[in-house]
Design a protein around this ligand. Structure first.
Ligand code: NOJ
Ligand code: CA
Length: 699
């Protein structure tokens, strides 16, 4: 990451009890104050509108007096930063990091002048702030019982929320006013295997909201390391949000030792929804890359032995028995069930398909022993990550893939036996290097071991980072499923290409699925923190194709599945359907072959959470643009001015649109492909079917 220019200056203010800074463009105003009781509070304004009313800051501690009141201000520092940096991969080639900073050093005279700092960074599109605890004689080890941070809102905003849950974020979103939130519905979402719903009025962050005045407000966090994830408790009569941290196995929130700091709390705000999607504040608040040499990190498009297990035509497990043991079972003696997906032959079929159509990688799940009996039992020794099933010849597969120029993608389902994974991961990564696998998809289905820990608690947050670090040392890339949702750490660990950490396309294969509005909400929520391995590209929309009794279906049209490659940003994109299904629609498949996964530029053209998103992206190092437009259950006309194209130049556009009579439910696979010559003066008007979308390549 290169710093092109940096301007920073520091001013130390004279100490008065109230301090104010403005964003570089003057639009946002942040005020910090100490109340008469010495309680730190802050306020945020957007232009003349209040975004956050006076709201409390601080922490309550377990063993010592809390860091909550009785403070005096001992120092005030202010500075500005204006720099440009280049991400290793991303939505844009360069990122502008421009903010004013205010750092308040507080002291507690009644507790030996113990110190805590609050650092605010005010960007043009939002605020970040965190607590810092300098090394000091009077504060060494401490245990956080609760974080007291509040966000006092101005009214009963419309919110796009999922239930607060210590273990999962694989819910569909609900749109309701804050006063109508009832997160207990989460308890009846049976298709999620490990869940711990907190209570009626608890929701997850990122929380996307819209005020009655049309202001978009997003509350989240950045750079979550060595601390639990932050949920939000809603006071439903006052519209006051209070941070709620995920506890550990004994009910504590976080174990700290000075010098230390919390993650950033963020409030991103604009009167234009496209600004929320364009915001780089979360990334800017993260540390620069800790990986020095990043040349080996490559965005990837991949296919894999995966969807066929989700639709039930093949299985992860080799045999149909449910009592196996890693050390005692003679895997060669098991009788194969005849449905095992990860065979040498089937893998070669995918390698051939990838090579023929220009995909970088092939993921194979169910290649390793243990799947007979892998979850639901809270069992510690499930997988060893190095022993293939008898019908998966890893040696031959790695030779064959290399001969075809295709990379294999490893799969480590930990079954959430994380202690087991930590014991075995070094050996597992050596195995990957030996057989030439540059990337791994990890998974954390089921309840966590160490027993009693949650997916999003401090211990697990540390685990996910440990995995990313260990992989980076080995020059390996990561895609983590069921991990805590990302908070921009891919800036610091650019080998951490993607996470799932939300309700992916897979739910459409075997559950009530994802409502048509789902993909218009994800970019405003889960994707605020980083790319998602959503696994788009399902062409065979109705599951009764595989089994006449199946009622499940993908809740989009086929054309919308194409559009998702552009609207759902990720440097790692799967063409998730079976080769056999793509071979029936090679004309539409062409878009997935062509679309890029790394970008020089991105323009969000129109967006409304829960309704629609249209975005155009310029492929890295090429004069090619790709556009994705999606809608919810309502049909709509996407209006796309092509002003971003170079003037006086003619381009060939290929438009992959819903057919006139397409509909996500009644006629989802009807699409049309239209070539067209375009220039920067054209404005495309394209009809999106209910639950539909449109993908366009411009070359
Ligand atoms: C859940 C993951 O999200 C999915 O992609 C994977 O196939 C299964 N776990 C099995 O590991
Ligand atoms: Ca999952």
């Amino acid at each position: 990451m290169r710093h092109l220019f940096i301007i920073a200056f520091v001013i130390t203010f004279s100490i008065i009890n109230s301090q104010t800074i403005q964003s570089p463009d003057g639009n946002l105003t942040l005020t910090f104050k100490l109340t008469d009781e010495g309680i730190p509070v802050y306020r945020l304004n957007y232009d003349r509108q209040i975004v956050i009313k006076e709201s409390r800051l601080g922490l309550s501690l377990k063993e010592t007096p809390s860091l909550d009141e009785g403070f005096t201000i001992s120092k005030v520092d202010s500075s500005s930063t204006d720099e440009i940096w280049e991400p290793v991969w991303g939505e844009v080639k360069t990122i502008h990091n421009n903010y004013r900073e205010l750092t308040i050093t507080l002291a507690q005279p009644s507790v030996n002048n113990r110190q805590m700092m609050i650092r605010f960074r005010l960007f043009n599109d939002g605020l970040g702030f965190r607590y810092e605890f300098p090394m000091q004689d009077n504060l060494n080890y401490f245990t956080v019982a609760d974080e007291l941070t509040q966000f006092s809102l101005t009214g009963d905003h419309t919110a796009f929320w999922i239930p607060g849950d210590y273990d999962t974020n694989e819910y569909y979103y609900i749109k309701s006013s804050l006063s109508k939130v009832d997160a207990l519905f989460g308890k009846s979402v049976d298709e999620i295997f490990a869940k711990t719903v907190i209570g009626k009025n608890f929701v997850q962050s990122p929380l996307m909201m819209k005020t009655g005045e049309g202001l978009y407000v997003n509350i989240f966090e950045a750079a979550l390391v060595d601390y639990p994830a932050m949920h939000l408790e809603i006071d439903q009569s006052d519209f006051l949000l209070t941070s709620h941290l995920v506890p550990d196995a004994v009910g504590n929130k976080a174990y700290m030792q000075t010098p230390c700091k919390t993650p950033w709390r963020t409030v991103i705000v604009s009167d234009d929804a496209t600004d929320i999607l364009e915001s780089k504040t979360i990334l800017n608040l993260n540390e620069p890359s800790k990986v020095d040499d990043t040349g080996w990190i490559k965005p990837m498009k991949y296919v894999g032995i995966w969807w066929e297990m989700h639709v039930g035509t093949s299985s992860w497990n080799y045999a149909d028995v449910n009592n196996v043991s890693l050390t005692l079972t003679d895997w060669k003696s098991l009788i194969p069930n005849g449905k095992h997906g990860a065979t040498t032959e089937r893998t070669k079929r995918y390698i051939d398909f990838a090579a023929e159509h220009g995909f970088d990688g092939v993921l194979v799940e169910g290649w390793n022993v243990g799947w007979e009996d892998w979850f639901g039992k809270w069992k510690e020794e499930v997988f060893d990550f190095v022993t293939p099933y008898p019908d998966f010849d890893v040696e031959e597969i790695s030779r064959y893939a290399a001969s075809k120029g295709v990379k294999m993608i490893m799969h480590h389902e930990t079954s959430s036996s994380v202690t087991n994974y930590e014991r075995r991961m070094d050996e597992a990564y050596e195995f990957m290097k030996k057989y030439g696998y540059p990337a791994v998809k990890t998974g954390y289905v089921a309840r966590i071991i160490p027993r009693g820990e949650f997916h999003d608690g401090q211990w697990m947050v540390q685990h996910y980072v440990r995995v990313a670090e260990r992989l980076a040392k080995n020059k390996l890339m990561l895609n983590a499923h069921e991990a805590v949702r990302p908070t921009g750490l891919h800036r610091t660990y650019p080998n951490w290409l993607a996470c799932e950490s939300a309700r992916g396309n897979e739910f459409n294969a075997w559950s009530v699925g994802n409502p048509p509005e789902h993909e218009t909400i994800l970019p405003f929520t889960r994707l605020m923190g980083g790319p998602m391995d959503y696994t788009p590209g399902i062409f065979q929309i109705k599951m009764n194709f595989y089994n006449p009794d199946k009622k499940e279906q993908v809740h989009t049209t086929l054309a919308k599945q194409l559009a998702l490659y552009v609207t759902m940003y990720s440097p790692l994109q799967m063409a998730a359907d079976l080769p056999e299904n793509y071979e029936k629609h090679l004309d539409a498949f062409q878009f997935i072959k062509d679309v890029d996964v790394d970008w020089d530029d991105t323009k969000y053209i129109e967006a409304e959470p829960g309704d629609y998103i249209t975005v155009a992206r310029k492929a890295k190092g090429k004069n090619e643009w790709f556009i994705g437009a999606i809608t919810d259950e309502n049909e709509r006309m996407a209006i796309i001015p092509l002003t971003f194209l170079e003037k006086d130049k003619k381009y060939t556009a290929t438009i992959y649109a819903d057919a006139k009579d397409a509909h996500w439910e009644t006629n989802p696979m009807a699409y049309e492909i239209r070539p067209r010559t375009v220039t920067s003066k054209d404005v495309l008007k394209i009809k999106l079917a209910p639950g539909g979308g449109c993908a366009i390549s411009i070359r």
